[in-house]
Design a protein around this ligand. Structure first.
Ligand code: HEC
Ligand code: HEC
Ligand code: HEC
Ligand code: HEC
Ligand code: HEC
Ligand code: HEC
Length: 499
């Protein structure tokens, strides 16, 4: 018997890997770079103080995208190499083969290595920049979503102009951290795709519930007491008669410490309001239920027309955003925007009928783009006021008001984005407090009269507004007598009244 160990068979020349080629090497560098970026981004994401799921798009989509691209290049290199080898096996050396024995190739390799290191450094720098950029509101509002210009413009004038978009739109997740990031990415894609609707449809289906967004900064039990607000208006008459309303809004009725009452009662910890709306905009509310969370008793109110039960899954529990649905993007009505500019002195009240004319100028049917608007507005006002001394300043002011109010390209303005906070130009509170709902025993919901939500303490023309009546006044409609059966929004539509 021979000893097999003494004469080891010469190993067959190992076939050279098809991946041993320049193309695959470049692919590999890309993969390493992407992996490197990915790791860095994940690390920054996990340790960053500002949890920003927008970063998820880069971390979990772009970086892996490059990784896949790199892999594809590497595979392509191997495939090309193999084809070449099959075709030219005997005659020629491998075309892209890496051969360290060859001094020319060694020099190229050094260059290649330097390039690769530079690439890795750049990708680290790039990731870092990306991280900061993804966090910025500029990214959300302008670059990523040019279609969101109207939201960005309105946001910049809101109480939340210093709150990042992501704090309301993505929120911070309670679920496992990475899962939340990936969720955020999903949400973001859905949200971005929403852009293709003009106008973007609301209510947003994918916005987080208020307790994960608003309630990170605000808390429902906070005692606000009465809030004193003055609404400036002008009649559409020749003199642009100023009429105003000053009222105390009973955000929290009663004294601090007493049982929750007043407007913020809806979000108090003791009770919950659920409702069912038949339309996607949540404007037609036909059913609602009040649950006393302490003893579990419930009361159901419904409109006379609605007989059945609401479909399960279509019932929504009221939160902050059912009233404050425009916390960052108020699209004021043309009427309100003009009145605000008049009250602020930007539009001169010396021009006869300017209230009506300015609103008409803004609502011209043939304004199709934001760029066309200034010209059309100037023409319209010039035709009415010829060479009135206040005209040039007024034209500029109305053009400015238009730019802040109406976004024709996106078809975004108050006509498609109702504000649910009041009840004058949209149904708002009257969706539920408008006398249509009753319990089975015929009981109407609380707060069904003009004094339960607010107390008017002064109203009328400028001089009358100076007298405060603490006991409250009965509302005197500036537009004269009207049928009390009608709701304010039946006539008021934010444009020209009565039309
Ligand atoms: C204070 C919270 C908050 C902030 C900050 C915020 N949003 Fe919103 N946003 C909302 C709410 C609430 C809605 C409306 C939800 C609804 O009606 O369903 C909304 C709606 C939108 C819509 C849908 C269209 C519309 O007008 O209803 C877009 C687009 C949007 N926001 C983009 C942004 C961008 C971009 C930023 C940052 C520049 C931003 N938001 C900042 C709360 C916020
Ligand atoms: C990151 C913190 C933060 C988040 C999230 C946030 N807010 Fe605010 N909010 C503020 C601050 C700060 C102010 C006060 C701004 C001021 O007075 O200038 C404010 C003001 C307000 C006001 C008073 C508005 C006004 O016009 O004076 C309302 C109403 C409000 N927030 C509702 C909401 C709602 C609804 C949400 C959720 C969609 C929300 N906030 C989310 C920080 C936040
Ligand atoms: C989705 C329906 C709904 C909407 C929208 C709504 N409410 Fe209510 N509200 C209710 C229900 C239901 C009650 C409890 C009625 C009852 O128990 O008799 C209530 C009660 C109230 C109360 C009495 C609270 C107390 O002290 O007991 C006030 C005040 C009030 N709402 C104000 C408002 C204001 C202001 C708005 C608009 C900004 C508004 N509501 C929007 C459903 C709604
Ligand atoms: C039933 C409707 C309704 C609900 C629900 C509601 N609010 Fe309000 N809230 C109002 C009204 C009305 C005002 C008065 C301000 C106004 O009319 O502009 C107000 C005022 C405020 C203010 C401003 C206080 C100030 O000093 O200016 C804040 C902040 C606020 N709400 C936060 C919240 C938060 C947070 C939630 C959810 C936990 C919430 N609101 C739920 C109707 C509501
Ligand atoms: C369910 C609560 C509620 C009831 C009932 C209610 N209001 Fe109001 N009203 C509000 C809220 C909230 C606002 C503030 C909206 C805002 O902040 O923009 C408001 C605003 C107003 C304003 C000022 C609007 C403006 O833009 O000038 C007038 C005037 C008014 N209400 C009159 C009435 C009259 C008249 C009635 C009775 C027919 C009535 N309200 C019933 C909640 C209510
Ligand atoms: C029958 C239709 C009708 C109803 C209902 C109605 N209004 Fe008016 N309102 C008018 C007209 C018309 C004017 C005069 C408009 C003008 O001169 O520009 C007016 C003027 C006003 C003004 C001052 C001017 C302005 O443009 O804001 C206020 C404030 C007002 N109404 C509030 C209300 C409130 C609040 C309600 C519900 C309680 C209501 N109105 C219900 C038709 C109506």
């Amino acid at each position: 018997m021979t000893n097999p160990a003494s004469t080891p068979p010469t190993p067959p020349a190992r076939p050279r890997s098809h991946f041993n080629n320049w193309i695959s090497a470049s692919g590999a560098v890309l993969v390493v770079g992407a992996l490197f970026s990915f790791a860095l981004l994940v690390w920054m994401d996990l340790t960053g103080s500002n949890q920003n799921p927008y970063l998820g798009i880069f971390t979990y989509l772009v970086a892996p995208g490059f990784m896949i691209l790199g892999l594809a290049i590497a595979l392509f290199g191997a495939w090309a190499q193999r084809r070449w080898a099959i075709k030219h096996a005997a005659t020629m050396p491998d075309k892209w083969r890496l051969d360290f024995a060859n001094p020319a190739q060694r020099r190229i390799l050094i260059l290649f290595g330097t390039g690769a290191v530079a690439f890795l450094l750049l990708s680290a720098f790039g990731s870092y920049q990306t991280y900061h950029y993804a966090e910025s509101n500029q990214f959300c509002g302008q670059v990523c979503h040019t279609a969101m210009h109207p939201e960005f413009a309105t946001y910049q004038r809101s109480a939340h102009a210093r709150v990042d978009c992501v704090q309301c739109h993505v929120g911070s997740g309670a679920s496992a951290f990475v899962k939340a990031k990936i969720n955020g990415t999903h949400q973001l894609i859905a949200f971005t795709l929403d852009n293709y609707n003009r106008p973007i449809e609301t209510p947003l289906k994918n916005i987080r519930p208020a307790r994960e967004t608003c309630e990170k900064c605000h808390w429902p039990e906070k005692y606000h007491g009465n809030i004193d607000l003055t609404y400036d208006h002008y009649l559409s008459d020749r003199k642009n008669t100023a009429v105003g309303v000053r009222m105390l809004l009973h955000v929290n009725a009663g004294r601090p410490g007493a049982a929750p009452a007043g407007i913020h009662w809806h979000v108090s910890p003791d009770s919950a309001v659920d409702y069912y709306a038949t339309d996607a905009d949540r404007q037609e509310i036909v059913w609602m239920r009040v649950t006393n969370l302490k003893d579990g008793t419930a009361k159901v109110f419904r409109t006379e027309e609605f007989k059945g039960e609401p479909p399960a899954g279509a019932i929504r529990r009221m939160d902050c955003m059912d009233c404050h649905n425009r916390p960052a993007h108020v699209f004021p009505t043309a009427n309100d925007a003009v009145e605000k500019a008049m009250a602020g002195g930007r539009i001169s009240t010396q021009l006869p009928n300017i209230k009506r004319v300015a609103v008409q100028a803004m609502l011209q049917k043939d304004i199709a783009t934001a760029t066309a608007a200034p010209g059309k507005i100037a023409e319209f006002l010039q035709a009415k006021y010829k060479d009135h001394a206040d005209l040039p300043a007024t034209i500029a002011a109305v053009q400015q008001v238009y730019a802040e109010t109406i976004f024709p390209e996106r078809k975004a303005d108050w006509r498609v984005y109702p504000n649910n906070l009041g009840h004058k130009d949209w149904p708002g509170c009257f969706r539920c407090h408008g006398e249509q709902h009753k319990t089975a025993s015929g009981q109407k919901p609380a707060a069904s009269d003009c004094t339960s939500c607010h107390t008017i303490i002064a109203q009328g023309k400028t001089a009358e507004l100076a007298t405060i009546v603490a006991a409250g006044l009965e509302f005197k409609h500036p537009g004269g007598d009207y049928d009390e059966e009608l709701s304010c929004a039946d006539c008021h539509n934010g444009g020209i009244q009565g039309k």
